[in-house]
Design a protein around this ligand. Structure first.
Ligand SMILES: Nc1ncnc2c1ncn2[C@@H]1O[C@H](COP(=O)(O)OP(=O)(O)OP(=O)(O)O)[C@@H](O)[C@H]1O
Ligand SMILES: [Mg+2]
Length: 220
């Protein structure tokens, strides 16, 4: 079954949405729109598809996320109050606590959509590459067991050619969406589906915009 993002222009590139049970990585440089895409996915899930959401933030604080969302006219405070959204700030120190807390919250409220924004913090806090792999694997494993639909974000450092800081997470997920900021031409932002298992996805580079309504992706 497909779970639509509800983001204008995106679902038609991926056979209607994310496959249930899958984990998708949204990756890109700073300011490319990763958090916006995630919140739009969660917000649309609740308001258009009646699917509850959990948003874990390891970087920005909850207050900033609320302020940014209000700019897009997404009243997430209201959704928090009625129990359809949980916004949780987590420090990337204790992976077991994070995993336990996440499953507890997701199961208790029966959330369908999960966001972890971002996993780069794990990559930065843990220095041993083997431990990074183990940590990411563990948390993704827990998410898979829950059989929901999940987006994780990662940040690509300015000078990097890879898809994430450590070059590990992209191999552990089912899909990768790459966002770029070009800063030139009519459209300054682009989106590409780098992989999407089980999906006949677009292989084009699509321009997109962030407007007052959030993200809108264009066909080419
Ligand atoms: N109301 C708005 N209208 C148009 N563009 C906006 C609006 N609000 C934010 N933006 C754009 O969105 C960008 C931030 O997007 P977002 O926070 O989703 O990116 P990110 O990839 O998560 O960045 P970070 O590296 O900080 O995590 C801003 O830099 C700005 O260009
Ligand atoms: Mg962000």
């Amino acid at each position: 079954m497909r779970v639509p993002t509800g983001i204008p222009g995106l679902d038609e590139l991926i056979e209607g949405g994310f496959e249930e049970g899958n984990i998708t990585l949204v990756t890109g440089g700073t300011g490319t729109g990763k958090s916006t895409l995630c919140m739009q996915f969660i917000y649309n899930g609740i308001t258009q598809y009646n699917e509850k959401g959990v948003y874990i933030t390891t970087e920005e604080n909850v207050l900033n996320i609320k302020r940014q969302s209000a700019k897009f006219n997404w009243n997430i405070e209201e959704l928090e109050k009625d129990g359809s959204l949980r916004l949780i700030e987590m420090e990337p120190f204790d992976i077991d606590t994070i995993s336990d807390r996440l499953s507890e919250v997701v199961e208790k409220m029966d959330a369908k959509r999960i966001v972890i924004d971002s996993v780069s913090m794990f990559e930065m806090y843990i220095h041993d590459p083997f431990k990074i792999r183990k940590t990411l694997f563990k948390i993704l494993q827990r998410i898979r067991e829950m059989n929901r639909v999940c987006i994780v974000t990662a940040e690509i450092p300015e000078d990097s050619k890879g898809l994430s800081r450590e070059g590990v997470i992209e191999f552990m997920v089912d899909g990768v969406i790459l966002l770029k900021y070009l800063g030139i031409a009519k459209y300054k932002r682009s989106l590409a589906i780098r992989k999407m298992r089980m999906t006949d996805h677009s292989s084009d580079i699509h321009p997109f915009e962030i407007t007052q309504q959030g993200i809108e992706v264009y066909s080419v």
